[in-house]
Design a protein around this ligand. Structure first.
Ligand code: C2O
Ligand code: CU
Ligand code: CU
Length: 507
């Protein structure tokens, strides 16, 4: 063989070996990225129901709650102590509950070794009370926000929002529900016995590394951490015993990156009755409901006596290319919560055909439009800057925001302080699941949405609210912007002025 030929053979072999190695690695990555827990294990742990937070009424009728953020250990599996964080306990937090019109105050003590914050996701409140990155709570400090609840009955939630560290704080367990009631919702004949026929369902994906909760993002996972199993209310492989013909599930996707498509293996129809910000005008019969991180949905599920039925998350076909689907969790499936129906069920009233009254604007009185281009590197080409106010909105006005994702990966979009109406999805009327009040929407690659928002809170030119991708890894990386609400004709402050000291500032 000539020298030249020998070199060719060596090169050829090298290329083949490398190609095989790359191919094997890729096949492994591709296969490994597909996660399923369907049919895996017996669901034999009774579902924990987060306790209702105790509260008291102070002299002027304000409902006062106490939350303490702390670290601790949780036995998700018997005998295995996992280091976790929680509110008033070692993992997650109690369910706060208040009525429309009530004044509330929450005393939050930070018992962690590092600064955090507590944000009221979905709540309409003054910017200083919002609990975003401008209201940090120093270790050992107490922060006492207060406001008047002025929005319809809804399933809201609370979680930390420290700048650049939200993902870690939420994933370690700092999250809880904040339920709002109003006279209308109380009168409706819907399942509403908390923990009986009205179940909180906080869904998180986790991965264990020994006893420890793992948070590492996989090589190809550009959406952030994706776990290989799910928990509900901090319970692995949960079941709930139910004794009514209709069961209401208040679904919260409290995962930091993962999107779910919930339904049942027999494709039974359920009634979607509420979205993020409260009741729909009419129930919608659906077989699947998709929730990206931060989104909520309330569904009413028909049960048959004696059955066991699994709430499952199915693969999602609206996720974009095969590549995106595979590496962003779109191909994954999970058994989430087993419902075990009693042999005799209490009769439930039929789901009312008229539910809520939409208070979200329809866009007809919009005074201006804005555009938001979602990119992992930042919204509208700019990463988050605490000292920069990106948008200035006039108090009392309605706007139409056009949000676009052409970034090749899934994102979502959350706006603080408001519930908005989705006017259009890719130029079409939104599907039923997007017709109720929303504060967070899922935008897979190739989606354009038009949203109508009305800003009615008190003007505060110095304290911004946030809008951001609620895939918390993206948020922490800087996929977030700030807006202030000002009186007509006024300009924004510098956005820094109101940076909190972590001390109480109540009246
Ligand atoms: Cu649920 Cu800005 O957050
Ligand atoms: Cu929020
Ligand atoms: Cu994102």
């Amino acid at each position: 063989m000539s020298r030249f030929k020998r070199i060719l053979v060596v090169l050829g072999t090298a290329v083949t070996v490398i190609a095989l190695a790359v191919g094997t690695l890729f096949t492994w990555l591709w296969t490994d990225a597909d996660v399923s827990t369907v049919g895996d294990a017996p669901f034999d742990n009774e579902l924990a129901i987060p306790p209702l937070a105790p509260s008291r009424l102070d002299g002027d009728g304000t409902r006062v709650f106490d939350l303490r953020m702390r670290s601790g250990h949780t036995e998700f599996e018997p005998g295995r102590r996992t280091p976790t964080w929680g509110f008033n306990g070692s993992y997650l937090g109690p369910t706060l509950r208040a009525q429309r019109g009530e004044k509330v105050r929450v005393r939050i003590h930070n018992g962690l070794d590092e600064a955090s914050s507590v944000h009221w996701h979905g709540m309409h409140l003054p910017a200083r009370m919002d609990g975003g990155p401008h209201q940090p709570i120093a270790p050992g400090a107490t922060w006492t926000p207060h406001w008047t609840v002025d929005q319809p009955a809804a399933t809201l939630w609370y979680h930390p929002h420290p700048h650049g560290a939200t993902e870690r704080h939420v994933r370690r367990g700092l999250a809880g529900l904040f339920l709002l009631d109003d006279e209308r919702s109380a009168r409706l004949d819907l399942p509403q016995r908390y923990g009986v026929d009205d179940l909180p369902v906080i869904v998180q994906d986790v991965r264990f590394d020994g006893a420890r909760l793992d948070g590492d993002r996989g090589l190809m996972q550009n959406v952030g951490f994706l776990g290989d199993r799910t928990m509900v209310n901090g319970t692995l492989r949960p079941y709930a015993e139910v004794g009514d013909e209709l069961i209401r599930l208040r679904l919260l996707n409290a995962s930091t990156s993962r999107t779910y498509s919930f339904g049942f293996p027999d494709d039974r129809a359920f009634s979607l009755i509420a979205t993020d910000g409260g009741l729909l005008e009419r129930p919608a019969a659906l077989e699947r409901v998709q929730l990206s991180p931060g989104e909520r949905a309330e569904i009413v599920v028909p049960m048959r006596a004696g059955e066991r039925v699994m709430l499952r998350s199915f693969p999602q076909d609206n996720y974009g290319s095969a590549w995106q689907r595979r590496f962003s969790g779109g191909d994954d499936s999970f058994d989430v919560l087993e419902l075990r129906a009693a042999l005799r069920l209490r009769p439930s009233a039929e789901v009312p055909q008229v539910l809520g009254v939409l208070e979200t604007p329809d866009g007809s009185d919009a005074v201006r439009g804005r555009h938001f281009d979602l990119k992992r590197s930042g919204i509208n080409g700019r990463p988050m800057d605490m000292g920069r106010v990106d948008e200035t909105v006039t108090r009392g006005t309605t706007e139409v925001w056009t949000v676009r994702n052409g970034n090749g990966m899934p994102h979502n979009f959350h706006v603080h302080d408001v519930q908005f109406r989705v006017l259009e999805v890719n130029g079409r009327t939104p599907p039923p699941a997007l017709r109720g009040p929303k504060d967070t929407v899922f935008l897979p690659h190739g989606t354009v949405m038009k949203l109508a928002l009305r800003f009615t809170g008190p003007a505060d030119p110095d304290t911004p609210y946030m809008y951001h991708c609620h895939l918390l890894y993206h948020e922490d990386e800087g996929m977030m912007g700030q807006f202030v609400v000002v009186e007509k004709g006024r300009t924004a402050g510098n956005g820094r002025a109101a940076t909190g000291s972590g001390h109480a500032h109540d009246h």
